[in-house]
Design a protein around this ligand. Structure first.
Ligand SMILES: Cc1cc2nc3c(=O)[nH]c(=O)nc-3n(C[C@H](O)[C@H](O)[C@H](O)COP(=O)(O)OP(=O)(O)OC[C@H]3O[C@@H](n4cnc5c(N)ncnc54)[C@H](O)[C@@H]3O)c2cc1C
Ligand code: SF4
Length: 328
């Protein structure tokens, strides 16, 4: 049985308190929300914080509210609430779908929106026990020097495996962050970096406070997920597709892929293929083709990688067909 190492557990009640605790702990401190990612990682010694600061007792992280500009969701709202809550299900069904497709009911009851958006990147050579990783002399992401996926690579290629992150980027969501330097708002697309180790652009001490979704004013979005076991597994490909309609014409679009890079990967060429079209079969085929080309999955998650790349075309097609169907 894998055991947690010993650590100090702190329970702040305000953002300011949490921020001060993190600053005191320095690099030895880590925030935790539902703990469904952090605690298994600590058991495998992938992360070894000495001080764990829970965000679950901070009231402003657990709220939801409709605003003129859209809808605001606190980072500690659970995935179960996201999937089941009627305002989100009605106006932001892609968010609800992505949340509902995460793992199992037990993990969704504990797992939060913020934890999902900050989820550690994944790799077959990293998501292993300490002893397994030690047997291969570790890897660059933790304790080692080499990348076993691309040994001559100077960087880590671990994969962004969050279901909700591609949707947040596709919707053009904004994230409110708070840290010792105060608060700031960043677009979801700029929250992620294409680096398996430093996969978030936020400062280590910053907390994700809330997610701001844009008002539902003529756009629609869907999320499709590829995985081996539909009841349980992480995505090996996620497709978030967003379009803005003017009558029967698409005036703007965003296609974002999860599971193919170290961050949710926006494909501008696919979006361009959809603009000023009525989502015809030809436009959908052109967008699917445009998404297929830059999608470069590596051999570090489940399934054969060339098949995963082929599936990009299939899943983008299905997502866009669903959007067209919803319009008519
Ligand atoms: C068996 C299994 C299957 C899974 N399947 C999926 C899946 O299919 N899809 C998927 O997307 N995920 C999956 N997960 C991962 C995880 O359960 C979810 O992503 C969940 O939403 C994580 O949320 P959490 O609150 O538990 O995160 P935590 O474990 O609490 O935190 C995760 C990371 O985010 C940081 N963090 C959390 N909240 C904040 C915040 N507000 N501000 C700053 N940093 C923060 C933590 O420091 C930590 O680094 C799976 C996990 C397991 C164990
Ligand atoms: S991509 Fe390379 S460095 Fe990153 S976790 Fe995998 S093996 Fe390690």
């Amino acid at each position: 049985m894998l055991r947690l190492p010993s650590f100090t557990y702190l329970q702040p009640h305000t953002l300011r308190e949490a921020s001060a605790m993190k600053a005191d702990a320095g690099p030895d401190g880590a925030y935790v929300a539902g703990g469904t990612d952090l605690y298994p990682n600590m058991k495998r010694r992938q992360q070894e914080p000495k001080v764990v600061i829970s965000l679950m007792g901070i009231p402003e992280l657990s709220g939801q509210a409709k605003r003129d500009t859209g809808y605001v969701i606190g980072s500690c709202v659970t995935l179960t609430h996201l999937a089941a809550g009627s305002p989100i299900r009605q106006a932001y069904s892609a968010v609800a779908t992505a949340a509902e497709l995460v793992s199992t009911p037990l993990l969704r009851n504990m797992g939060t929106l913020g934890g999902n958006l900050c989820l550690d990147t994944r790799c077959n050579y990293y998501d292993q026990t300490y002893e397994w990783r030690k047997a291969i002399d570790f890897c660059m992401k933790k304790d080692g020097h080499i990348c076993w996926v691309a040994p001559s690579s100077p960087r880590c290629w671990a994969v962004s495996s969050s279901d909700v992150a591609p949707v947040a980027v596709a919707l053009g969501a904004e994230f409110l962050l708070a840290g010792p330097q105060g608060e700031r708002v960043v677009p979801a697309g700029r929250f992620y970096s294409n680096d398996g180790i430093n996969y978030l652009t936020k400062q280590p001490d910053e907390m994700l406070v809330e997610v701001r979704l844009p008002a539902p004013d003529g756009w629609d979005a869907v999320y499709h997920k590829l995985r081996r076991r539909g009841s349980f597994d992480f995505p090996v490909l996620g497709v978030a597709a967003w379009v803005r309609w003017d009558g029967a014409t698409v005036t703007d679009a965003r296609i974002v892929l999860g599971g193919v890079a170290s961050r949710p990967q926006e494909i501008p060429e696919a979006a361009q293929a959809l603009r000023s079209t009525a989502l015809t079969d030809e436009a959908i085929a052109a967008a699917a083709d445009a998404a297929y080309r830059p999608a470069k999955p590596l051999d570090n998650t489940d399934f054969d990688l060339s098949w995963r790349k082929q599936m990009t075309r299939v899943y983008v097609t299905r997502a866009l067909q669903e959007l067209r169907q919803r319009r008519h």
